[in-house]
Write a protein that binds this ligand. Structure first.
Ligand code: SF4
Length: 455
């Protein structure tokens, strides 16, 4: 079972990094707010996005079939992968058919979810992640900690040390321009040598049979420009009815993700290039099961990362503490729905402030989803103690007289107890916190007294 609290404790043990991580993400959140406020019809856009997504998910089979038929008519080869293993097999087979041994990949959380990189590497294929943040975590032998800002947990000094080891840069120079230039030169060579490109898909257009990839670095375009083979891996929830709805999402995505008006590159792939081959692999990997279950609405997510940037728990505990490919509020919902026992701690990594609901461009009611997940999680065997505690609380709250009596007793006894009895290894809550001194009188008593005085 993933222990979010323990993982978070490891992250926050570095106080400086925790502060910096928190501030960096809050800065992005504020940029998002300014960008959202600059669009008067922002709430209408969110409403439209929510409607389009729920309509598409309700007719997902129809739109996927339309996409497949129209993509094939455009000369795109469409494959279906039931799970991660199928995606790995299909991609490896296509690469083998083309004799491809060097692959450049632009950012795709789906391929991360399906473990594509290690599989291809085990077959002797060199896979280079070309998004700068992804390349940094790849060189570090690490995983992304954020879906839009994969290396947000690393400081530029960490990157300087990493680049000096792998790209032979000056270890003492942590200037962002210097490091970016070094990465650009390194990646340029990889683009020139590549036999094939792999990209993700942000939006697939059912009516037009094409798809859109959004990047800020142009790496999807550079990656696909030279090799004749392009494989696009797409989660089946990425389809939208047509290009008519695309503007709603592109306007929301970049503003919600980074506070930009639009991603620097919004690339449309409608057919293979002359003499080339374009394959789209549509991946299920648990999504159709999710669609039938309690968290179907989570499939509306467009992976902007805004719920992570605003989440006070995520900002202070880091993405790796979730033990999932997609962390933060949406990650906790998705993980719980896929394996409630393994991820039972995640719905509790939430203050229920609902800030995520307010920023989500497709209006997923994340905090209500997390409450649902708590109800499921509380049933797992590891939470027997929590369950018993909640049952006791429910019983007390149903018996106000008993509750009042016990609270009165607690107010009288607690201040007199020796500290060691209150703060010990069994009191996890009290490890980092001090209980406030109990008030002399309960609110109910004061209320009754004042009401009597008024009469
Ligand atoms: S749940 Fe909403 S806010 Fe979070 S990543 Fe998905 S679209 Fe963005």
């Amino acid at each position: 079972m993933v222990d979010h609290a323990r993982n978070a404790a490891a992250f926050v043990s570095d106080i400086e990094r925790t502060r910096w991580h928190d501030q960096a993400l809050w800065f992005v959140r504020q940029k998002r707010d300014r960008a959202a406020r600059s669009v008067p019809e922002w709430e209408k856009l969110r409403e439209s996005a929510q409607k389009v997504k729920s309509h598409t998910l309700a007719h997902l089979g129809h739109y996927l079939e339309r996409f497949e038929a129209n993509a094939r008519a455009n000369g795109i080869d469409v494959r279906w992968a039931a799970d991660g293993a199928a995606l790995r097999r299909i991609v490896a087979e296509i690469l083998k058919e083309h004799g491809a041994v060097r692959v450049v990949k632009s950012k795709s959380m789906l391929t991360e979810e399906c473990g594509l990189n290690p599989h291809l590497q085990s077959l002797g294929i060199e896979v280079t992640d070309t998004d700068l943040g992804e390349r940094i975590v790849q060189l570090a032998g690490d995983h992304p900690s954020h879906i839009v800002l994969p290396a947000i947990h690393m400081k530029k000094e960490d990157v300087a040390a990493l680049f000096s080891k792998h790209l032979h840069t000056d270890p003492g120079n942590a200037d962002a321009h210097y490091l970016t230039r070094a990465a650009r030169e390194h990646l340029r060579q990889k683009f020139l040598e590549a036999d094939a490109a792999i990209t993700g898909v942000n939006f697939a257009l059912a009516e037009e049979g094409g798809f859109v990839v959004c990047t800020n670095e142009g790496n999807a375009d550079l990656g696909t420009a030279l090799p004749n083979l392009h494989i696009a891996c797409m989660g089946l929830e990425k389809v939208i009815p047509s290009a008519k709805q695309l503007g709603v999402f592109t306007r929301l995505l970049a503003r919600s993700a980074t506070g930009q008006a639009i991603t620097t590159y919004t690339s449309h792939f409608m057919r293979p290039k002359p003499g080339g081959r374009l394959v789209v692999v549509i991946v299920d990997n648990g999504r159709s099961r999710l669609l039938k279950g309690r968290q179907a609405g989570a499939l509306s997510c467009i992976r902007c990362g805004a719920c992570m940037n605003t989440c006070p728990v995520y900002r202070r505990s880091g993405g790796h503490s979730y033990g999932t490919v997609v962390p933060g509020p949406i990650g906790s919902v998705l993980a719980g729905a896929s394996d409630v026992e393994k991820f039972a701690s995640l719905p509790f990594a939430c203050s229920l402030c609902a800030s995520c609901d307010n920023v989500c461009p497709v209006r997923i009611d994340l905090h209500a989803r997390l409450c649902d997940e708590r109800e499921e999680a509380i049933a797992v065997p590891d939470y027997a103690g929590k369950r018993a505690g909640l049952k006791m609380a429910a019983f007390l709250l149903r018996h106000p007289k008993l509750y009042e009596m016990l609270m009165g007793l607690a107010r009288a006894v607690l201040p007199r107890l020796p500290r060691g009895l209150l703060y010990n290894r069994f009191n996890l809550w009290g490890r980092e916190r001090e209980m406030p001194i109990p008030a002399k009188k309960a609110f109910r008593e004061l209320y009754r007294e004042r009401r009597c005085r008024r009469r």
